[in-house]
Design a protein around this ligand. Structure first.
Ligand code: UDP
Length: 454
């Protein structure tokens, strides 16, 4: 019998591709053959952003691509168009790819690992009679909420098209973060058509995922005991953090600026505010300037990720004289090696948009948070950080809807001067790091999956 050959299908977004690549490294370490199939658009970005150091990791993972069904000039951020194309075009392309691999490769595909949002791939896998694993890269509470949609309709809280019938706070179980109906994931999109499309995809995914043999989550029992108790068929296998597992950071869409690590080496221990908002967040110019002023007025060193596409008017984005005034105390980079930054001893706190990957990376490295959620599940993650784990503080908007520079400076001071936040996040860090170590629950679950794949 040949070695197992895993075919992986990530969802085409940064926060999905990175953890999938981390998971795949666990399989290559076992000697499995691994092929990762991105959309052509994402494949090109990943390959372009990668430096030579990382390319040897990708040597052990065969990187390939299929079309996403969109033309070169179509807007991939338009979820109505993009999701329609993905569901219509990708299944056929994936089927052709599997056929081709099976004809030409000594090791036929034995197992499909797909992002839960790409559940259509399980239907394709069924045709080939191969094993199927669904990978969920966000919080398990969020997946539990998606699974709960039929009940919300039954309880007449939602209409069958996902629109709200009764606004209220939902709590799936006593120790899970409460969620307002208006924070349900599909409502973060401004227009009704997109909301309905995303809601439809969640409903389809709820059906497709039933085809999977296992559903594995990039989370730990210790982080979300109530969610895993509520959904005992979901298996925690995380947090998968490349640097914790001595793996490599791969699958990034932008080239990383690793010179900021040298700058971090020069800063005092526990002094730096690390500021990053993930791969999507956009800023309006006033809020961007207010953030810059807030960082300036903390009088502390800061490392701020300012993606090239973060605000429309990048050239005039900073307040007048800001760059000169901050000198070498502040550093702006286009894309940071975030996991390495968070594990650097100079970092004091993480001003974050609370994407799930950023959340588990901060916790895994014992860094307390200032929460600035913007979109989708980030509000739910903020509730975990502030209310359940108590390892961070939220930033409040003023009456004009802006987070002011004084709110930023006040909360930074509060967070770094109150040792309890650091103490609690270190305690949580120990639990989650244990979870992925040899005797830990997440590690045992992953080993079980690996044995079953063999
Ligand atoms: N990230 C990074 N460098 C940066 C900013 C982000 O490597 O400068 C990584 C981060 O470590 C995380 C991912 O990008 O793994 C972002 O995922 P997350 O779920 O936090 O946010 P999203 O981009 O999905 O909103």
């Amino acid at each position: 019998m040949g070695i197992p050959h895993v075919l992986a299908v990530p969802y085409p977004a940064q926060g999905h591709v990175i953890p999938m690549m981390e998971l795949l490294q666990s399989f290559t370490k076992q000697g499995f053959k691994v092929t990762c199939v991105n959309t052509e658009f994402i494949h090109e970005r990943v390959m372009k952003a990668m430096n030579e150091k990382e390319s040897n990791v990708v040597d052990t993972i065969q990187m390939t691509s299929i079309p996403d069904g969109l033309g070169p000039s179509e807007d991939r951020n338009d979820f109505v168009i993009a999701l329609k194309a993905i569901f219509e075009v990708m299944p056929g392309k994936l089927e052709e790819l599997i056929e081709k691999i099976n004809e030409t490769d000594d090791n036929k595909i034995t197992c499909l690992v797909a992002d839960e949002n790409m559940g259509w791939a399980f239907k394709v896998a069924e045709k080939f009679g191969i094993k199927k694993v669904a990978f969920w890269p966000a919080s398990t509470a969020l997946l539990a909420a998606s699974f709960n949609v039929p009940k919300l309709i039954q309880d007449e809280i939602l209409n069958s098209d996902g629109t709200v019938r009764k606004h209220q706070t939902i709590s799936l179980s006593k120790n899970m973060p409460a969620m307002n109906t208006e924070n349900l994931v599909w409502f973060c999109f401004p227009d009704l058509e997109t909301q309905k499309t995303v809601f439809g995809v969640i409903q389809k995914s709820n059906e497709f995922v039933k085809l999977a043999d296992f559903v594995i989550c990039n989370s730990a029992y210790e982080l979300e005991p109530a969610a895993f108790t509520l959904c005992p068929n979901l298996l925690p296998i995380g947090p998968l953090i490349a640097t914790n597992q001595l793996g490599k950071q791969v699958g990034h869409f932008w080239p990383e600026d690793s010179a900021c690590l040298t700058w971090l080496n020069e800063q005092p221990v526990s002094s730096v505010i690390y500021v990053a908002f993930g791969s999507f967040t956009l800023f309006d110019p006033i809020q961007f300037q207010e953030l810059a002023l807030g960082l300036e007025k903390t009088n502390r060193p800061f490392l701020w990720v300012v993606r090239p596409d973060m605000t429309d008017e990048m050239n005039e984005a900073y307040p007048k004289g800001f760059i000169d005034r901050i000198g070498s105390r502040g550093r702006m980079v286009g894309w940071a090696p975030q996991e390495k930054v968070l594990r650097h001893p100079s970092v004091a706190c993480f001003l974050s948009h609370c994407g799930w990957n950023s959340t588990i990376e901060g916790v895994s490295n014992g860094v307390p948070f200032l929460c600035w959620p913007y979109f989708a599940d980030q509000f739910l993650n903020e509730r975990y950080i502030c209310d359940v784990w108590k390892v961070g503080l939220g930033l409040e908007k003023d009456e004009s809807g802006i987070i002011s520079h004084s709110e930023i400076t006040n909360k930074v001071e509060h967070l770094v001067c109150d040792n309890q936040f650091k103490a609690r996040v270190l305690e949580l860090k120990e639990k989650v790091v244990n979870s992925v170590s040899t005797q830990g629950c997440s590690n045992k679950n992953l080993s079980r999956i690996i044995d079953w794949m063999k």
